[in-house]
Design a binder for this molecule. Sequence first.
Ligand SMILES: *Cc1c(COP(=O)(O)O)cnc(C)c1O
Length: 396
Amino acid sequence: MSLQNPVFIPGPTNIPEAIRKACDMPTLDHRSPEFAKVFNPAVSGVRRVLNMDEGEVILLPATGTGGWEAAITNTLSRGDRVLAARFGMFSHRWIDMCQRHGLDVQVIEAPWGQGAPLAEIEAALRADTAHAIKVVLATHNETATGVRSDIAGIRRALDAAGHPALLFVDGVSSIGSMPFDMAGWGVDVAVAGSQKGFMLPAGLAILGVSPKALSAMANADLPRTFLDFRDMTKAYAAGGFPYTPPVGLIAGLAKSIELLEAEGLDAVYARHARFAEATRRAVAAWGMRPCAASPDLYSDTVTAIVVPDGCDGTELVTLAATKYGMAFGVGLGDVAGKVFRIGHLGMLTDAMLLSGLAVAEMCMADLGWDTRLGSGVAAAQDYLRATPSAVLDAAA
Ligand SMILES: *Cc1c(COP(=O)(O)O)cnc(C)c1O
């Protein structure tokens, strides 16, 4: 028999059977007209999920990290200035990547558990009267701390400062699970990956690129070949791909978007918000708190839970894996050991979520933490019972 449990890491996420089957397809010649039949629905679907009204969707055989690299190398030159806030492991890694590419990164440090500091971003933009800053980087959902930043607020800061910088958003752990509005927020590059909200295996970087970002390509001198948007857009226009595409993943992406839209994107977002709240009810019943400093920052896709003094979050994650075969997320970087993370994104039902909370509680009891078995599960059950799942209603 299978000992497979759902995973509660914030990516890769659980894969619905329909998506697994859509990925499993016979070999297809990507130079034949058959390829466009797989590719076009995936691309048009991404446009809708990102809410793009213009620009290009780029699909790369990569992961979210490759999407970051594509965003910067296609639009920037060595020495260009980039403005970014650092408040967790993922915002840190994008900054680190920029520095390794020889970009001049103006870093705003913020405490882990906070989001992008809007007032400081606006002040930095206003102070840059020469418009040296070419790009503002923003991590929509900081997966290390479970913090959602206000991307619309960053757009307002850019506009208030009258600053022409491009706005690049890492939406790897938000897109497809939390509302995202590329057109409304004036996002120039949005980066997603296949293995989070899209519920696919890892292997695709999914990008939305605005016309303004596409025109920045002309002067960008950072080296790029595999990730070059110029080769991509040229090949796409001819119904092809510049090299061998991961056709199965692209077919899976079209299926993923079909599932998301059959549920309704707003219903998908509401489902994630509901699971996030159920998780936080459990956390409160355990006598713990989210790492996110205030409710406006709470992520709908991942909750980083601050463990009590003297407890080690990584021990809980290790025990859950070894004793119960269940995966939770460890604390990363500055919060290693101080938090553990419950990913609640992608394919998840009430029953699945409760199984994760129950196993987390068993681990706490095993480790001698001061938590009563059933306390968090009961709090989540109360919340879930009181807010019935819209998904089953729709399916009935
Ligand atoms: C997972 C994640 C990434 C990295 O994506 P990979 O697919 O692992 O390369 C980047 N940013 C955020 C916010 C993430 O959650």
